[in-house]
Design a protein. Structure first.
Length: 369
């Protein structure tokens, strides 16, 4: 049995791609895909989202600034509770310290809440898409009658559904796992859709209008902004889906016309954003971004692996040195020497010998007697 199977007991069953030529397994706890070899071996493969984190610099900077802002806002709210009538703050130092400890966790709580909001909206949209694909009108009616209970999730889902209606979006698949066999990267595509322009001159689709029945990769984002990495992600989905659909003919052109990104605002419906990208030039630019991120990630991982190997070697040598020093010290006086009375010959070591301290105690007692 592969050691990876033991390390990830929650591995899924076999997931077949490319007419069964490629077999994947998925670990939900690690959120990672593995390529299964013919001998049963498992090799971890790249995930789309984790790959793109290597270029998250601008997004990270923005998140750090946002986190500091929210933590300070929370701290000021807590301090305001100790505000005196003369404008000064009066509180024991321990209370101030506790306020700081509480405030510095505020951004985490907000992120967790935002994640829950985004997940709920995304899940509702996925269910709507699947009911459309299966022509399950009864289920669709239920979903349109009962939106997510959280107001922000509800706002996000309603804004997205309004877009789907305005652009006559037809789902060919939803939550589809895609794998690029060439680059060995796997991910989940929110939607494979056909879409029309809405006829509104103020809509972002007007940049490419008029158009009908454009086949696109659709991706939902519940984030505070739209980032370049998101277009690299959609380009990879497009490449991977095209690879598998046409792998027998090796004709990797002509399936998709573009991609559509929908940012779902969580506080107000007005936060909703739609981004369209059509044409081969934009697609190649976005795909190049992903490929460079993939190459950078592999290079960083390779150097990190080299560094880890050196650290492991240094630690192993240090461990041997410590073991030798400990053994030398025990040869002088073993841990049992303080309780040894010298009444009988003992074995301090596996080779049957005694340490110097125990040997002296034994000889002193028996030579005297």
């Amino acid at each position: 049995m592969s050691l990876l199977i033991k390390a990830h007991p929650d591995l899924s069953g076999r997931l077949y791609h490319y007419s069964g030529e490629v077999v994947l397994r998925f670990s939900p706890s690690a959120w990672k895909y593995f390529l299964e070899g013919k001998d049963g071996s498992l090799t971890p493969i790249r995930g789309v989202t984790k790959t793109l984190k290597i270029i998250g610099g601008r997004k990270t900077d923005m998140l750090i600034g946002w986190a500091c802002k929210k933590d300070f806002e929370k701290f000021l709210d807590l301090v305001a509770e100790c505000l005196r009538g003369d404008g000064f703050v009066e509180a024991p130092w321990e209370d101030i310290a506790e306020m700081v400890r509480t405030a510095k966790l505020e951004h985490r709580a907000l992120l967790e809440t935002a994640g829950d909001v985004g997940h709920s909206a995304h899940e509702h949209l996925e269910l709507i898409a699947k009911s459309l694909i299966t022509v399950n009108d009864a289920r669709l009616g239920e979903l349109l009658a009962k939106w997510p209970e959280d107001e922000r999730s509800c706002n996000a889902a309603i804004a997205a559904v309004a877009f789907l209606v305005d652009h006559r979006v037809r789902f060919l698949s939803a939550e589809q796992r895609v794998l690029s066999r060439e680059w060995m990267v796997c991910g989940t595509m929110d939607g494979d859709v056909l879409i029309d322009d809405c006829g509104n001159a103020d809509c972002p689709c007007a940049r490419y209008a008029p158009f009908k029945n454009k086949r696109c990769v659709l991706d939902y984002k519940t984030s505070n902004g739209v980032y370049s990495s998101m277009f690299g992600q959609m380009a990879l989905y497009r490449k991977a889906s095209t690879e598998e659909k046409n792998f027998e003919t090796r004709d990797f052109s002509g399936i998709y016309d573009g991609s559509v990104l929908l940012r779902l605002g969580k506080d107000e419906r007005q936060e909703f954003e739609a981004w369209f990208t059509f044409g081969d030039i934009e697609y190649q630019q976005h795909l190049a971004l992903f490929k460079q991120a993939l190459d950078l990630k592999e290079s960083v991982d390779a150097v990190d692996g080299w560094m880890d190997a050196i650290r492991d070697e240094v630690q192993a040598k240090a461990k041997l040195v410590r073991a030798a020093a400990r053994d030398a010290a025990h040869r002088v006086q073993c841990p049992k020497a303080k309780d040894y009375k010298g009444a009988r010959m003992t074995q301090c070591f596996d080779d049957g010998t005694q340490c110097e301290a125990c040997a002296k105690l034994y000889l002193d007692r028996h030579l005297v007697n």
